[in-house]
Design a protein around this ligand. Structure first.
Ligand code: CP3
Length: 348
């Protein structure tokens, strides 16, 4: 008979258990800091094509697991596959990041076709199916999508490296128009996540990386409400699949985000004091985070102190260790291994 410890440690925290040491995974754990990732990337000119190649995408998802024995694997894909699947032109340019044909009017929005999304993203479900067979049995499989506001920001701005000024202005000046875009994204994202669960994803994360760019009013309208609707739709179709929110830089509004969206877990950026989070975020919600990704670049004592503080502050709570934001390309791979050993108590 299965006892509680035979269950994957990342899933146990969602049953309310304060697992010690906590399960560990890291945002962007697959990526350019790994030479074996760069070797595969060099052979595929288009980043989106890479995301749609199940063999290559599953291979790079597995790479960090071979090195570090993470407790969870996040499927290799990107949040901008949704605008691509909706019919918007999306490209990733070397040294520049994403470039999209911007959508700034109702007429431009009319090209988006929500009915294409589920089928267009079949390669991602294929990647998940391969991974469900190939990951170690103690490892959980995470599916993900961008949350509507963050994806809309890229769709409207047409590129990264902005604070979403045009998108925010549009949402203030013509809320009905902007809400049409959000509604399309709520529907597309919900359908996509449900298919990911059917293909083997055991946990889902919704990335709202630009949540912190918004005013209080817009945060409620464009972050909380759309995340809430997605949680409701996905939960109705996939009861029992934990959903993690990531309202990055949401600050004091994070407890309200958790309360109103009903997420099962919340990923915290590095600006959130964890003792405050423990006191102010509902006990039913798993906390995840929040090591500064710069500490993985720096390593050594500073990194160790950061890790020890997090472990101390979260020991009474169901908690999953992670970063406050993704691993950056300059990170020395050996620092990731040293961090894992520190978290697991395997080094002094
Ligand atoms: O390991 C994982 O975390 C899974 C894969 C993953 C990627 N992107 C791969 C990727 C995930 C979860 C994402 C999420 C993502 N993508 C977010 C939300 C999280 C965050 O970081 O805030 C956002 C905003 C994007 C959009 C995006 N994708 C940008 C702005 C860029 C360019 C910047 C960059 O780092 O190059 C990407 C490209 C991207 N997505 C890469 C990877 C590994 C690098 C592209 C390459 O290898 O050439």
């Amino acid at each position: 008979m299965a006892d509680s410890t035979s269950k994957k440690s990342f899933l146990r925290v969602f049953d309310g258990e304060a697992v010690s040491p906590p399960p560990i995974w890291m945002m962007r754990q697959a990526g350019r800091y790994l030479p074996e990732y760069r070797a595969i990337r060099a052979n595929i000119p288009s980043f989106l094509e890479f995301c749609y190649s199940p063999d290559a995408a599953s291979e790079v998802t597995l790479q960090p697991l071979r090195r570090y024995n993470f407790d969870a694997a996040i499927v290799f894909a990107d949040i901008l596959v949704i605008p691509d699947a909706l019919g918007q032109e999306v490209a990733f340019k070397e040294g520049e990041g994403p470039v999209l044909e911007p959508i700034r009017t109702l007429e431009e929005m009319s090209i988006l076709d929500v009915d294409r999304v589920e089928e267009a993203l079949t390669p991602v479900y294929e990647t998940l199916k391969i991974l469900s067979r190939e990951i170690p049995e103690t490892t959980s499989l995470i599916g993900f999508a961008g949350a509507p506001w963050t994806v809309a920001l890229y769709m409207v701005e047409g590129r990264g490296k902005t604070e979403g000024e045009r998108a925010r202005d549009w949402a203030y000046s013509a809320p009905q128009e902007f809400h049409k875009l959000i509604d399309i994204l709520v529907e597309a994202t919900s359908r996509y996540l449900i298919q990911q669960v059917k293909a083997g994803a055991e946990v889902l994360q919704l990335f709202d990386s630009w949540a912190g760019a918004l005013s209080v009013e817009q945060f409620r309208e464009l972050v909380i409400e759309p995340n809430r609707r997605i949680v409701e739709k996905v939960r109705a179709a996939c009861p029992g699949t934990p959903i993690i929110g990531f309202p990055r830089n949401g600050g004091v509004l994070i407890p309200e985000f958790v309360e109103k969206t009903g997420v099962d877990g919340v990923s915290l950026d590095h600006s959130v004091p964890l003792d405050w989070a423990v006191d102010n975020i509902s006990d039913n919600c798993v906390l995840q985070g929040n090591l500064d990704n710069r500490l993985l670049v720096v390593g050594g004592d500073a990194m160790n102190r950061g890790i020890d503080t997090i472990l101390e502050q979260t020991k009474s709570r169901p908690f999953a260790f992670n970063l406050g934001h993704g691993i950056v390309p300059q990170t020395p791979p050996e620092h990731v291994g040293q961090a894992m050993d520190r978290i697991r108590g395997l080094s002094s």
